[in-house]
Design a protein. Structure first.
Length: 569
């Protein structure tokens, strides 16, 4: 199955390798070789669907040899630079036969075949005597050599790991042997998975073994329930190991129109990547090459479900859609079937606890992530209550403790919905005090500290002023309690107070507005559009002369009034 590109036109293929290819009668690359060699010979991991006869052996043999050919320092006798694993003796011998002439084109490079049918101690002795830089073999024999030849066998400079027929390797029960080999390998390596089908087991292996993966370059659209959830995932995911290197974009209804249009244009033009969004992107969005639509949360409006799914498989192209549902939400599948939306059910394993732990660790180190996680939790709980299908998505069935753990919260927020809610006892608070968490952005943290100092000063100034404002004969709250005076009947002049929950919400909104305004001022300061003095005046850290004079006049007027009322003798 020849392709259209010739090997000599591929810059990754050296002249020495071209000579070997020519001697074997190969001039043009097959499609799988044309797609794989440039990536795998560079700095990309690959997961390749490759049927028998597609030319996949050369697709990984050539990158392996080229990476070892380009090493700055040659490998020493017992230093292994590449390992190629195959499920059967026959396949391993076939790979070894293909690889050998390419390995011999690199001065000093040695290869060794490790398969059953021979004495394993003889393999250890042969390695000890002659060494080897490329190991080709079955999982059991490779694991045996790694164990028996240690510590002489040196894997610290290993560049490439190839798992050929990865689906068969796992089906045949080689997982223990693979783990024994992989746990000894350095993290900074390139890994290639070649299989006939990408099964769930192979995908799990890919997540564990690939650090800089190149899969198909389709785009993914991920739908979330609320804007705050989008903000959290967009800020946190790029900093989590599980999503390293993933290109992310965020889109929701609270963004300005110009910002939305810019994000859409960028996402449509780029190759691959993921868009995190709300239902603002459920209708009328036409983005090419969307291979997957993932619904982390079902939409509040059931009509939006079909519109979400319609973002993939457009213009006759293939696509797939996945909706994640909790066990208590299973009735939603039947509900959609009645609306002529067929679905295939599949039970997934529990979520990844290490990801939740990584998310919490981010919140413990960065106040921005901590606050975004709290806002995401609150908005999710309240958004869940607004589902139009309340008989399916019942707020009382939502396990809020598990939700808080999954979002990496440090503490549960104060909200009425948590009273008597399901699962709150399962939440494990962080050992880190939330008040001690700082912003990772130094400018934001500096501004926060200024505001805290300002509040402390204002509180200290207000305390003695409150005592002065008390009229003669008027008892304070503490004095009234000790003197037995009833305080249950409010006077006409007594100020009507908001309920505690609403007061906290109003204060939180005011704090957010104040912080946003002050952060805008800080950005102007950093860009040179404000001086230090102007910034301090704007945020109230110092007063202008006019403001000081005005405050002095008010203070003198107040002092004269107090003298007239006999407050001061």
């Amino acid at each position: 199955m020849a392709g259209t590109k010739r090997f000599k036109d591929m810059p990754e293929v050296s002249p020495q390798t071209l000579e070997v290819l020519a001697s074997l009668g190969f001039e043009s690359a097959t499609p799988v070789q044309e797609a794989t060699i440039p990536l795998f010979a560079g700095n990309k991991d690959v997961a390749v669907d490759a049927q028998t006869g597609s030319g996949k052996t050369l697709a990984f043999v050539i990158p392996v040899v080229e990476k070892l050919r380009r090493l700055d320092e040659p490998l020493k006798k017992h230093q292994v630079g590449a390992i190629i694993v195959s499920p059967t003796r026959e396949l391993a011998r076939q790979i070894f036969g293909v690889a050998l002439p390419f390995v011999r084109s690199v001065p000093g490079l040695q290869a060794m075949l490790l398969v059953g049918g021979t004495d394993p101690l003889a393999d250890v002795a042969a390695f000890a005597e002659a060494g080897a830089h490329v190991l080709v073999g079955t999982p059991g024999r490779l694991a045996d050599l790694v164990q028996r030849a240690a510590p002489r066998l040196d894997l610290r400079r290993l560049e490439v790991l190839v798992l050929d027929e990865a689906d068969r390797l796992l089906d045949m029960g080689f997982r223990t042997h693979l783990d024994a080999v992989m746990q000894r390998l350095p993290k900074q390596r390139r890994t290639g998975l070649f299989s006939a089908t990408q099964t769930e087991a192979v995908e799990a292996l890919a997540r564990a073994g690939l650090r800089n993966p190149e899969h198909k370059r389709d785009k993914v659209i991920v739908y979330c329930l609320t804007c705050a959830c989008v903000d959290l995932y967009a800020a946190a995911l790029p900093r989590l190991p599980a999503a390293a290197g993933l290109r992310l974009a965020a889109l929701h209804g609270r963004m300005k129109q110009a910002a939305r249009e810019a994000v859409l244009a960028m996402f449509a033009a780029q190759e691959g990547g993921a868009l995190l969004c709300t239902d603002v992107a459920a209708r009328g969005l036409d983005v090419p090459d969307v291979g997957w639509v993932v619904q982390l949360d079902a939409p509040q409006d059931p009509d939006a479900f079909v519109h979400r799914v319609g973002r993939t498989a457009r213009m006759g192209r293939a696509g797939a859609a996945l909706a994640l549902l909790l066990p208590a939400e299973g009735t939603y599948v039947e509900f959609l079937r009645l609306r002529k939306v067929p679905m295939e059910e599949e039970v997934l394993a529990e979520g990844a606890p290490e990801t939740a732990a990584d998310l919490r660790a981010l919140g413990e180190a960065d106040r921005d992530i901590m606050e975004k996680a709290t806002r995401a939790f609150v908005s999710y709980v309240r958004g869940y209550k607004e589902h139009q299908c309340r008989y399916i998505f019942r707020a009382k069935d939502l396990d809020l403790g598990r939700l808080a753990n999954a979002l990496g919260l440090l503490r549960l927020p104060r909200m009425p919905e948590l009273r008597g809610a399901v699962g709150t006892a399962s939440f494990v608070p962080s050992a880190v005090d939330p008040t001690s968490v700082k912003f990772r952005d130094r400018a934001r943290e500096k501004l926060r500290q200024r505001r805290l100092a300002q509040r402390v000063a204002e509180a200290a100034a207000a305390a003695p002023q409150a005592n002065l404002d008390r009229k003669p004969g008027q008892a304070g709250a503490a004095e009234r309690r000790t003197s037995g005076v009833s305080t249950s009947a409010p006077t006409q002049k007594q100020e009507r107070r908001l309920p505690a929950a609403k007061r906290r919400q109003a204060e939180a909104r005011q704090d957010e507005d104040d912080f946003a305004a002050e952060y805008t001022l800080l950005r102007k300061l950093k860009r040179g559009r404000l001086s230090e003095h102007e910034f301090d005046v704007a945020v109230g850290l110092i007063e202008t002369e006019e403001a000081a004079d005005a405050r002095g006049k008010v203070a003198r007027k107040d002092m004269n009034w107090r003298k007239g009322r006999g407050v001061f003798k």
